[in-house]
Ligand binder design. Sequence first.
Ligand code: PAF
Length: 281
Amino acid sequence: MIIINEVKVMKAHVRMIKSKKQTIALVPTMGYLHEGHVSLMHKARNLADHLIISIFVNPIQFGVGEDLDKYPRDLEHDKKLAAQARVECIFHPTPEQMYPAGYATSVDVEGITSGLCGASRPTHFRGVATVCAKLFNIIEPDVAVFGEKDFQQLAVIRRMVEDLNLNVQIVPHHTVREEDGLAMSSRNAYLSPEERTHATVLYRSLQHARELYKAGQKDARTVREAAVALIRSAPGAVIDYVEIVDPVTLQPLGTIVPGAVMALAVKFGRTRLIDNMVIAG
Ligand code: PAF
C-alpha cells in the first residue's frame, strides 16, 4: 500500500493505472476509520481493479465554530484498517495541496442543500461538493462509494455528478450500525458514556416511525411528532431537525409515500449526530 501526499504524484499514479487499462474505485473519507468505512472499502474492492481511499479532513466543509481543529485523527490506525481491506493507495494531501494560495473556485449544488443539514450548516455542502469534484478530477475513479448514513451528502454528490457530466459512477452503501443500532460515525468518539447510551434513541425513533407507517399511519406530521417525542425523552438530546422527505428532492412530505426517508440531526452535548432510514419500504 502506498501513501501519496501530493496532487501531482497522485495524478502520475492514476496515469500509470489508466495506461494499463485498469479501473479505479475510490472511497473518499476524512480518516479516523471505523467498521463503517471498512464496509465501504470492502464494497469498493469488488468494483474495480484498484482501490484508492482519500483521507483528508476538508477544512472548507466545516463552518465557523465547528469541530475542524478537534476532528479526530489517527493515521497509523487508518493505515492498518486500509491495508486489511486491501487498499492499494491512500491519497492523504495537505490542505495546501488541495487549496493552494490563490484558490478561488467552488461547486454549489443548489436547492437540495438548503434544508436538513444545510439549514444549520449553510456552507457545508459547498465544501463537500468542491472537495469531491477535486478528488474525482485528481483520481479519475470509475466508481466512488458513499455511505447512506450521509443521506443528504449522497444526494448532493449524485446531483453534482449528473449536472456536471462527471465520469464516475456513484455507488451507495448501507449504514453500518453498532449492535444497539447507533450508526457508526467518527464523531461517536466525542460522546461521553452517558451520551453514548442516550444516543441509541435515534435508531429507536427511526424504527418507531417505520412501525407507525407499517401499522397504517401515512400522515407525516403525526409520525414525525411521535419520533420527536421519543427523542425528547432521552436526557440531553437537542433536536436540530427531524424531517420526513422525498428521497430525491429532499422536500418535506405531507403524506408518507413509498421511498420516504426520515432524516434527523440531534445534538448530545457538543456532538451532533445524523441518521436516516427509509420508513416506507
Ligand atoms: O463523508 C465524509 O467523510 C466527507 O464529507 C467526504 C465525502 C470525504 C468529503 O470530505
